[in-house]
Design a protein. Structure first.
Length: 426
């Protein structure tokens, strides 16, 4: 029989000591950490212990007995239930301190001076891209829902307000809710990615099955009502273009790039601007540059004003879009390559003076090792994960690079996530 070391209905009294990497307060019970969402250091709470997590347990606060310092009234009515935001209960100073502590801790852990971290670059909460759930219950009495997943359950929050989405996207969420009944069969579910491109909103549905006839009519109506650029529907078998009213395009440093359904763009336009500035300032002018994990060319099109750029990206659709945008444009070449399996080796890197790399959350350890063994003079890293960034940075430093500065950018407002740009030189 499995040993049970706590009663699942047991209430315990705990004092929150600090905030953990996911933004939850951490207290201790019987020498094990208990992770308590929406708390701050100094809170004294009565909590129920839950599932195991990270060498300890999840906890749910039942009652606050004392309040710690650094709290604020969460501005969104969904906060506490919606899984979209985790940190609206912190005042501005505590919130900003949390973001920086998470980065400094990740650097210190690998022996990098946390003093290199620059002040947090703040952007308004305005995401132009969001992936939401859509569900239609079997019971016709129950409402269809469109929203983020709840923090503690698989259910969706029926998103009526959202302070992190661009207002135009929130408006579409409301219109989607009105037609959701026609889009899905009873008991059906889908994911929908909304991206505000420079030619209108691109809408990608992902579901197990194809859309039914009634759904096609509803989607056509939605596209007109919300002036959507495009609607596509992806199922495991195929992707169907349902409506295309205008070609979806993103404009990067003045260049219009075709936007593939659900493609990658930096979540916030204001954050993208800061990242581009940081990359340009770090790379400077002179000598060819290689842009790894180039996506649709966010950095490549900015960098080409200073000299030739070779953009390398793994996703076929992004590469096709990028190749179409650079056709006939001197200075940029494009290569499709899986950089995790097949990083650009030191011999290939010898053709460049500098590199920028912007990998997914897993980081790019093998590519960092190739940088370390190369003759590159400058490497600029862009990352959405301080932990893998710190690991990759340590590899570059071991190979003779000096870390000049790390600029944190609060792209993912009210979440525990942080974007950053960092400059390494020999
Ligand atoms: C964080 S995005 C950055 C994109 C671009 N630099 C930008 O700012 O818009 C990471 C990019 O890496 C690409 N990617 C993910 N895994 C890859 C791999 N193994 N090899 C090459 N590219 C990959 C993704 O398709 C995506 O375009």
């Amino acid at each position: 029989m499995q040993r049970r070391d706590h009663d699942p209905h047991e209430f315990v009294e705990l004092v929150v000591e600090r905030l953990g990497a996911r933004g939850d307060g951490i207290a201790h019970y019987k020498d094990e950490p208990v992770f308590l969402p929406f708390t701050v250091p100094g809170d004294r709470v009565r909590a129920r212990l839950g599932a195991r997590r990270g060498g300890g347990r999840e906890g749910r606060v039942i009652e606050w007995l004392d309040y710690g310092k650094g709290r604020a009234d969460p501005p969104c009515p969904h906060f506490g239930r919606c899984g979209g935001c985790a940190m609206q209960h912190l005042d501005q100073a505590s919130y900003r301190a949390f973001k920086l502590v998470a980065l400094r801790t990740a650097l210190e852990r690998v022996g990098i001076d946390p003093g290199l971290v620059q002040p947090l670059r703040v952007v308004p909460p305005a995401r132009r891209r969001a992936r939401l759930g859509l569900t239609r219950p079997r019971d016709p009495e129950l409402r269809t829902r469109v929203g983020f997943r709840e923090r503690f359950r698989r259910d969706l929050v029926d998103l009526r307000e959202c302070l992190v989405l661009e207002p135009g996207l929130l408006h579409i969420v409301g219109e989607l809710r009105l037609v959701a009944q026609e889009l899905l069969p009873p008991g059906g579910a889908a994911e929908v990615t909304l991206t505000r491109t420079d030619s209108g909103v691109d809408t990608l549905f992902e579901a197990e099955g194809r859309p039914e006839l009634s759904a096609l009519a509803a989607l056509a109506g939605l596209a007109v009502k919300c002036d959507l650029a495009r609607i596509a529907w992806r199922s495991p078998a195929e992707e169907i273009l349902i409506v295309e009213r205008r070609p979806a395009r993103v404009v990067l440093s003045g260049v219009a790039v075709p936007y593939p359904p659900g493609g990658f763009v930096q979540a916030s336009e204001a954050a993208e601007k800061i990242l581009v500035e940081e990359v340009l300032a770090g790379i400077g002018r002179g000598g060819p540059v290689v842009d790894l994990y180039a996506g649709l060319g966010t950095f490549a099109f900015a960098l080409v004003a200073g000299g030739p750029v070779h953009a390398v990206e793994g996703d076929e659709r992004a590469v096709t879009a990028l190749a179409r945008a650079v056709a006939g444009r001197p200075g940029i070449t494009v290569e499709r390559r899986d950089l995790a399996r097949n990083p650009l080796p030191p011999e290939a890197l010898a053709a460049y003076a500098a590199a920028v790399f912007d990998p997914p959350r897993a980081g790019a350890l093998r590519q960092a090792a190739a940088f370390a063994d190369s003759t590159l003079g400058t490497v600029v890293a862009v990352s959405c994960n301080p932990a893998t960034f710190a690991r990759d940075a340590a590899r570059l430093i071991a190979g003779g690079f000096c870390l000049e500065r790390v600029t944190p950018v609060d792209q993912f407002v009210w979440t525990p996530h942080l974007e950053l740009a960092a400059v390494f030189r020999r």
